[in-house]
Each structure stands twice: as structure tokens, then as C-alpha cells.
Design a protein around this ligand. Structure first.
Ligand code: IMP
Ligand code: MG
Length: 176
């Protein structure tokens, strides 16, 4: 299904170029090490597979599905993990990978949770940083693009589970 009211924000070529640059940066920074790349489902599915294929150091992959709930106030936000990783990350170099960081609440909770498992290092990778909506502090180590407060779809991201398969990133003109 193609959204009828949408405009392309990042083309396939623009995404590919930036993902390649991020992978090169990561490969340089982790030279001589092995990384555990954690895909935050479902939104990171496409970005994740593109990114890990371009990383030149050894990569172990794992998956996690989380959803946030709560009233929206920072103190009352929490996340439910419906599918957890199966890798023991103690002493490992871990990358938490998501396509978009919006309020940051999901990633902030995951970051805390993963830190408590004593990895050798922990870094967040986000293709898109929707900074104007941030309510939780998130240290994004590898960032693709900063975007304004727009609702975007494609490249793994959905609206009502639709549009994840679009190869580009588009702004959807729909009420949230
Ligand atoms: P956060 O906890 O508010 O940062 O939520 C992050 C999650 O919300 C992302 O992993 C996406 O699944 C979803 N999300 C946030 N903004 C958008 C958007 O513009 N389009 C599609 N999904 C989004
Ligand atoms: Mg969604």
C-alpha cells in the first residue's frame, strides 16, 4: 500500500549513503573487537540489516521487541519487553539499533536495562533523531539524520503497521 498523501524525505540513495558512512564509523571505532548488534523490532528491521551488512568487524546479532506505555509524563513511562535478547552481553561491546529516536523514552529504558548487565561498552545507533520531541535523555553515539517533528514512514517505520516496506523515508500527512 502506497500512502496517497506523502512526500519523500530521504531517498533510497541518500539512506544508503548515510548508512554506509555510519557502518564505516562503527567499523573504525570497533576495529579489532566483536560487537553485539541488537535490533529493536519492528521498526529497526530494515535499517539493521542494511547496517550490519556494511560493518566490517565481527557482528553477533540479536533482537528485542519493546513497547512503551504510560501517561506520557517521564516518571510514569515504562516499557514492556515482549521479546528479549538471548545473548549474554556481559563483557561484550553492544550496539542498540533503532531507526528513529522520538521522545527517547524507549531507548532510555533499554539503555539503563542493558547497562545493568555490565557490557564492556554500550552505544546507541539511530538513523533518525526527532530531537524536538525528546523528553528522555539519550546518548546517541551514531546518528544518521536529525529531523523536525514530522511523522515519517517507510524503511521499516509504520503507521498502523502499514508502509514498513517502502524503500525510502516519507512524511505521512495523517493525523496521529
Ligand atoms: P520513543 O520512545 O518515543 O522514542 O519511540 C520510539 C518508537 O516510536 C520508534 O522506535 C518507532 O517505533 C516509533 N516512532 C516514533 N516516531 C515515529 C515516526 O515518525 N514514524 C513511525 N514510528 C515512529
Ligand atoms: Mg509503530
Amino acid at each position: 500500500m502506497i500512502p496517497c498523501e506523502h512526500r519523500i524525505l530521504f531517498t533510497e540513495q541518500e539512506i544508503e549513503q548515510r548508512v554506509t558512512e555510519l557502518a564505516q564509523e562503527i567499523s573504525r571505532d570497533y576495529a579489532g573487537k566483536e560487537v553485539v548488534a541488537v535490533c529493536i523490532l519492528k521498526g529497526a528491521l530494515v535499517f539493521f540489516t542494511d547496517l550490519v551488512r556494511r560493518i566490517s568487524v565481527p557482528v553477533l546479532v540479536d533482537y528485542l521487541q519493546a513497547s512503551s506505555y504510560g501517561s506520557g509524563a517521564v516518571s510514569s513511562r515504562n516499557i514492556v519487553i515482549s521479546k528479549d535478547i538471548t545473548t549474554d552481553i556481559r563483557g561484550k561491546h553492544v550496539l542498540l539499533i533503532d531507526t528513529i529516536i522520538d521522545t527517547g523514552e524507549t531507548m532510555a529504558c533499554l539503555y539503563k536495562r542493558f547497562s545493568e548487565q555490565n557490557p564492556a561498552s554500550l552505544a546507541i545507533v539511530g538513523l533518525l533523531d526527532k530531537k524536538p520531541r525528546r523528553t528522555a535523555e539519550v546518548p546517541i553515539a551514531y546518528k544518521g539524520f536529525e529531523i523536525p517533528d514530522l511523522f515519517v514512514v517507510g524503511y521499516g517505520m509504520d503507521y498502523g503497521e502499514q508502509y514498513r516496506n517502502l524503500p525510502y523515508i516519507a512524511v505521512l500527512d495523517a493525523d496521529r
